[in-house]
Write a protein that binds this ligand. Structure first.
Ligand code: ADP
Length: 452
């Protein structure tokens, strides 16, 4: 056991990511405390943790977002640290600050780094000042800004209005014609006000069918930063990722290292710590532009773990406990290819949610297959929470092998009783544009016409 390793960690999350953190803690010999809402008593993260505390009614606002309840659970169980997972309080600088004030280590970056990057407009300006290109656009526009239409004309149409505090594909609107701009602006401002408590927005030129490529980084408290390569997350629906892969078929090894060192250099300047992801869009000419940074573990982190062999969640915990990274950039090797499909409890055609009881569940295994899931036969997918049932990740010595393993795994994945996006994924990974690696964020719009 290392000198200042945590003894016990509370996991302020549910479902597959809570289980993922339990796994990392078990391997590190750390005890775990699960928290759960009244709807989640029977979930596996409760069962596999050493202790569990009910933190409130089903509504997320009353439980997984309830800071006083979570902090009380942490104090009663006497934990050293809290892992927030993704979503919920993972990007709440206020929560990180409350943890600090209570003497509980928040496993993530500092509250000030979360707050800087959580404001997408400020993040954009900071990153631009550090020499990374951003999409042509504006600074913050609020209700006092004079003549926003003139600013929009300068950016040009189509453009995208983005909420400064937005995230998760929410708080964005594409405007194609100047005459729609002012009405849409006040709509996004009001939506942002009610969803995020902040009506500030900014504008960006809207790129046609770009690729979404993001870099994973790890930074310790001693100032060492490494990048773990990229993930291509261009297959999206309504700006939310559905399939992710690494390496991106779009980047050469030289470009990967060039961009990776740009990212590392920028994050060094701001003294960033712990895990993080810097997201870019690539236009059709291959130019890259920063769009945002996520200061937490991401849903799609397994594809990076599969090709680098580095356990990102364990690294987050070790970094928060004060250990320096025990490898350098030169030690990070990229082996083969990995692809993840997000399996949701939704209709494969309309994507409408399909919560309910899973009557039969069988996850595939075998060479190169990993399934991160909290589902099991007879479990209930609750309408209160997001619809992710499982992440199916395939790894192969090359992209072709990863795809054939994914194909085989998708065909032997059984989820009965509710609708799932399994049929959708089977079509995506057999689609000629996916097979050729030649796809962008508009893939889905063109999808229907081309499926075999
Ligand atoms: P969020 O914080 O909600 O995840 P992002 O700013 O990361 O929002 O953007 C999510 C997705 O929206 C991108 O991956 C891309 O598909 C689309 N998008 C965002 N900005 C632009 C843009 N300027 N042009 C074209 N597509 C964009």
């Amino acid at each position: 056991m290392r000198a200042n390793m945590f003894r016990k960690i509370l996991i302020a999350n549910r479902g597959e990511i809570a289980l993922r953190v339990v796994a990392a803690c078990k391997e590190l010999g750390i005890r775990t405390v699960a928290v759960y809402s009244e709807a989640d008593r029977d979930l596996l993260h409760v069962r596999f943790s050493d202790e569990a505390v009910c933190i409130g009614p089903p509504r997320s606002y009353d439980s997984y977002l309830n800071i006083p309840s979570i902090i009380s659970a942490a104090e009663i169980t006497n934990v050293d640290a809290i892992h927030p997972g993704y979503g919920y309080l993972a990007e709440s600088s206020h929560f990180a600050e409350v943890c600090d004030n209570c003497g509980i280590r928040f496993i993530g970056p500092s509250a000030s780094a979360i707050s800087l990057m959580g404001d997408k407009s400020r993040a954009r300006e900071t990153i631009q000042d550090l020499g990374i290109p951003t999409i042509p656009g504006t600074g913050v526009i609020d209700r006092e800004t004079r003549d926003p239409a003139a600013l929009a004309r300068q950016v040009g149409f189509p453009l995208i209005i983005k909420a400064a505090a937005g995230g998760g594909g929410k708080g964005m609107r594409i405007i194609r014609r100047e005459q729609d701009f002012l009405d849409s602006l006040s709509l996004v401002q009001s939506e942002a006000e009610s969803a995020f408590g902040n009506s500030q927005v900014y504008l960006e030129r809207y790129l046609t069918n770009p690729r979404h490529i993001e870099f994973q980084v790890l930074a310790d408290e001693q100032g060492n930063i490494v990048h773990l390569g990229e993930r291509d997350c261009s297959i999206q629906r309504r700006h939310q990722k559905l399939v992710e892969e690494s390496p991106s078929p779009f980047l050469s090894p030289g470009r990967r290292m060039e961009l990776g060192s740009q990212v590392v250099h920028a994050l060094k300047q701001i003294g960033y710590q712990n895990a993080g992801t810097v997201e870019f869009l690539f236009d059709q000419e291959g130019n890259h532009y920063f769009i945002e940074m996520n200061t937490r573990i991401q849903v799609e982190h397994p594809v990076t773990e599969m090709i680098t062999g580095i356990d990102i969640v364990k690294q987050q915990i070790l970094i928060a406990a004060g250990f320096p990274l025990d490898f350098s950039q030169e030690d990070v090797a990229f082996r083969g290819s990995s692809i993840e499909c997000r399996l949701n409890a939704e209709s494969s055609e309309t994507f409408t949610p399909s919560p309910g009881r899973i009557h039969a569940y069988h996850a595939p295994g075998g060479p190169g297959i990993r399934v991160d899931s909290a589902a099991y036969t007879d479990c209930v997918i609750s309408p209160h929470y997001d619809s992710l049932i499982a992440k199916l990740i395939a790894h192969g010595n090359d992209r072709e092998e990863a795809i054939s393993r994914l194909n085989r795994a998708l065909d032997t994945f059984i989820v009965e009783g509710i609708e799932t996006t399994l049929p959708f994924h089977r079509k995506v990974i057999r689609h000629p544009d996916f097979l050729s690696g030649n796809y962008g964020t508009s893939f889905l719009e063109e999808f229907a016409g081309k499926t075999a």
